[in-house]
Design a binder for this molecule. Structure first.
Ligand code: MCN
Ligand code: CUM
Length: 788
């Protein structure tokens, strides 16, 4: 045990506890799990985007000497398991029975003695397809003659998925009618993929004697998954244990339940042996949860002198073949309604039409804050377009329209209650770090010199997120309320174990959650063990996504520690024979008020709580607390980002020269971890803005099926990040912390795009869609619009 040093034991920069095992290669990821007698599962996937299945012949595969089972959709259908519910109330085929609806869709699976045999046997399965015309272009999905994708749904006659709206249409129209200036632009946020380093996988072990299923799975939400497996497969919930081991990145990709997990479970039930399934890179990219894929019509209304009056947008959303989006039930468009952004405006309205196409299901993944990434991109591009129209500096236009610090809590025009903020201060800090005026002067000088060697662009974005879903009255997933829990136990010797319902995929929870408890109890974070990712050993909660761990489970941890402290006070009072009110807490000890050193430490109290002798009247033994936290509201982190790019006019290659990010996520538990989150998110943002893209050809073939085609940025493509911070605590979180895990991914794409468009101003370019690859930038420089 670490000796207690009452120095800065709580919040602050602290090296990550989990890195001890990660940097020594001692992490235990899904693929490290090997059980005696374990079999391997491989999935046969559709080579085409849309086809009727005429027949599936598995005889040759079954005859393979190492094959133990071959399962088709028809076999699952007999057990009522061919279709499973998605997180947004649609259904998705586990294995196709009638048709395949996207390239890469699961058609059959093989369980064999080893992975190679399983893969080989896939080749022996003969599927006869009657290929149908696919729906690839989202804009044509609702055409009267478009092929019908979801003929599995009774009565369905078109590819419509859902409609949704928010804001006041009439009031917004009235404001637009009288506005002096209106700017319109279509913006495409293309389909991208979270592409975590570790792909998805599962090891299922069904014990036929105990009738108990143990499932190791790459899931960001083990408890929610367990409940859904129970509801779907009929296994009693207490007979399912879901373990989420070390995870090599989730980024939203590991929120949904994928057919592969279900196949692994079925495979184990059928063979009576443990079964492992792991995706390869291509399977992950073409068939698991994508992100974005929004075509947005943006409109912004303002006065001539730069007062933003209203925002309006229509979104055409591509949800792929099945609506596999993970979003709270009442929010089919996620939190896109936060699209009024950081501005105090008079009116706003958004309508959304979501459609099905012959593409992989998903929709919310990749550090999205439930579609706020799309919303921020829309608004921050529209504000820049307006600044251009008005001839105003984009920073000046933003400063004129920010919600003022004295307006918080601020209710947005679409009904979101922003908890706290001082946007102007954060913007000013970013301007200071960037040296904004000097940058503009340098750009002006470059343009005046007109040597054509390089095109410098400066892009600004300001974002507000809504993270920490969420209050149970408003938010649930498939009827499960979005609360999260924790359980804290202080052992007799004063060390502690904290069991949490959220699950780290790299965010460092084993460190930051220990720090939360350490700060409240005055014990060293090294003496607080954090247990997560195991439904048998952690309290119930909905898991990690939407940057909700700190706002929800983090709050639970603080409250649990404070309850333990309250109980410790009673025990200390008994030990010192004084009234509890006469005790004074300083980190790690209770002393008699005014007499420092007179009291007892938390370790002494812990021993007493478990030890011999009487406790005060009414106080139970032990020093534990359990909390399920239902947040009052979301938290609203925000930030100001400034990006400087240089474009080579000869090759149209964009180089990101500098990137300044000033984030405000309220109180920071561990500044170093927060900075790491921001560095990662900024890298994501540069990737989306400049290179990441899941495209399809006209036959529905996925063009982003490998990391040679789906480009993700490396250290070479990104600059040294320049980060800064302001701290505006959340008033309703027990330590004032807001989530931060997605902020930089959400806030940075518009800064990069705004910078590129700014650089191209001498060419008269007004807009070009992401990803701004050299060819797209080149097209824009030639006056050609982004090809669809
Ligand atoms: N933190 C802090 N102070 C704050 C806020 C957060 O010290 N005021 C710390 C937290 O304690 C936690 C980390 O920063 O260790 C992120 O916290 P939070 O914002 O609560 O987000 P979550 O832990 O819920 O993580 C989810 C978020 C999401 S939704 C995606 S997507 C994403 C992201 O985290 N996926 C990631 N960052 C990722 N980082 C890694 N390495 N891997 C992923 O898969
Ligand atoms: Cu939307 S990606 Mo994160 O919320 O797991």
């Amino acid at each position: 045990m670490i000796t207690v040093d009452r120095g800065p034991v709580g919040h602050g920069r602290m090296l990550r506890k989990e890195d001890r095992r990660f940097v020594r290669g001692r992490g235990r990821y899904l693929d490290d799990i090997t059980l005696p007698g374990m079999l391997h599962l491989a999935v046969l996937r559709s080579p085409v985007a849309h086809a009727r299945i005429l027949s599936v012949d598995t005889l040759a595969a079954e005859a393979h000497p190492k094959v133990r089972a071959v399962v088709t959709g028809a076999m699952l259908a007999e057990r009522g398991l061919a279709w499973m519910p998605t997180l947004s109330g649609d259904v998705q085929a586990v294995l196709a029975t009638d048709k395949v609806r996207f390239q890469g869709q699961e058609v059959a699976f093989v369980v064999a003695e080893d992975r190679y045999a399983a893969r080989d046997a896939l080749e022996l399965i003969d599927v006869e397809y009657d290929v149908l015309e696919p729906v690839v272009d989202v804009r044509r999905a609702l055409d009267p003659d478009a092929p019908l994708i979801r003929d599995d749904v009774a009565g369905k006659a078109d590819n419509h998925c859902f409609d949704w709206e928010t804001g006041d249409a009439a009031q917004t129209a009235a404001v637009f009618d009288r506005a002096e200036v209106v700017v319109r632009q279509e913006l495409v946020f293309p389909r991208v993929h979270p592409a975590p380093l570790e792909t998805c996988g599962a090891v299922a072990d069904y014990d036929r004697v105990e009738e108990k299923l143990t499932l190791w799975a790459t899931t960001q939400a083990p408890h929610a998954h367990r409940t859904l497996y129970s509801m779907f497969a009929g296994i009693p919930e207490h007979r399912i244990r879901v373990i989420s081991p070390d995870i090599g990145g989730g980024f939203g990709n590991k929120v949904p339940i994928y057919p592969g997990y279900v196949c692994a479970i079925v495979g184990s039930m059928v063979t009576g042996r443990p079964v492992k399934w792991t995706e390869d890179r291509t399977e992950n990219l073409i068939a698991s949860g994508f992100a974005r894929d929004y075509v947005m019509q943006g409109e912004i209304a303002a006065t001539r002198d730069g007062r933003i009056l209203a925002l309006r947008s229509h979104v055409l959303a591509d949800h792929g073949a099945f609506n596999g989006t993970a979003a709270p039930r009442k929010f089919p468009g996620g939190f896109f309604g936060v699209f009024t952004g950081s501005y105090d405006i008079e009116a706003a309205y958004c309508s959304m039409t979501a459609v099905h196409t012959n593409k992989a299901p998903g929709g919310v993944a990749y550090a999205c804050s439930f579609r706020i990434a799309e919303a921020v991109y829309l608004t921050e591009r529209m504000v820049d377009l307006l600044a251009d129209e008005l001839g105003l500096d984009p920073v000046e236009l933003r400063l004129r329209n920010f919600i003022r610090s004295d307006q918080f809590p601020y209710t947005s025009r679409t009904g979101w209650v922003y908890d706290s903020g001082d946007y102007a201060a954060t913007m000013q800090e970013a301007l200071r770090i960037a040296g904004y005026d000097e940058l503009r002067a340098e750009q002006a000088a470059q343009r005046a010199a007109g040597d054509g060697q390089s095109l410098m662009g400066i892009g600004v974005s300001f974002f507000t997120e809504a993270v920490g879903a969420g209050p149970r009255k408003d938010m649930d997933m498939l009827g499960l309320g979005m609360a999260d829990g924790c359980e804290l136990r202080v052992h007799p010797t004063g060390s502690a174990v904290l069991r949490i319902s959220v699950q780290t995929q790299g965010q460092g929870h084993e460190t930051t959650f220990a720090q939360l408890v350490a700060e409240e109890l005055g014990i060293h974070p090294e003496n607080v063990d954090v247990v997560h990712g195991d439904t048998d050993n952690t309290p119930y909660g909905l898991g990690t996504y939407g940057s909700r761990s700190t706002p929800v489970s983090g709050a639970a941890a603080v409250i649990a520690a404070r309850r333990v402290r309250d109980k410790a006070r009673l025990i200390a009072a008994g030990m010192l024979e004084v009234a509890p009110e006469d005790l004074e807490w300083t980190k790690g000890r209770f002393d008699v008020r005014g007499v420092p050193g007179s009291g007892v430490t938390i370790e002494q109290i812990a021993m007493r709580a478990h030890g011999a002798g009487d406790l005060p009247e009414g106080v139970e033994g032990g020093l534990d607390a359990q909390v399920s936290y239902n947040p009052d509201n979301l938290t609203y982190p925000y930030g100001a980002y400034i990006c400087v790019v240089d474009i080579d006019p000869g090759t149209a290659v964009v180089k990101v020269r500098r990137f300044v990010a000033v984030d405000d996520c309220g109180t920071r538990i561990n500044e170093m971890i927060v900075e790491g989150q921001i560095h990662g998110g900024l890298t994501d943002g540069v990737g989306m803005a400049l290179m990441e893209f899941i495209g399809y050809d006209e036959d529905g073939n996925c063009l982003g099926g490998s990391l040679m085609d789906y480009l993700i940025p490396t250290a070479k493509e990104v600059p040294d990040w320049e980060t800064g911070m302001t701290v505006t605590p959340s008033p309703h979180h027990p330590i004032g912390a807001k989530g931060v895990g997605e902020s930089a991914t959400v806030g940075s794409p518009p800064a990069v795009v705004n910078a590129v468009i700014d650089a191209l101003a001498p060419y008269g370019v007004r807009h070009a869609d992401m990803p701004l690859t050299p060819s797209r930038v080149w097209e824009a420089m030639q006056g050609r619009a982004t090809p669809p």
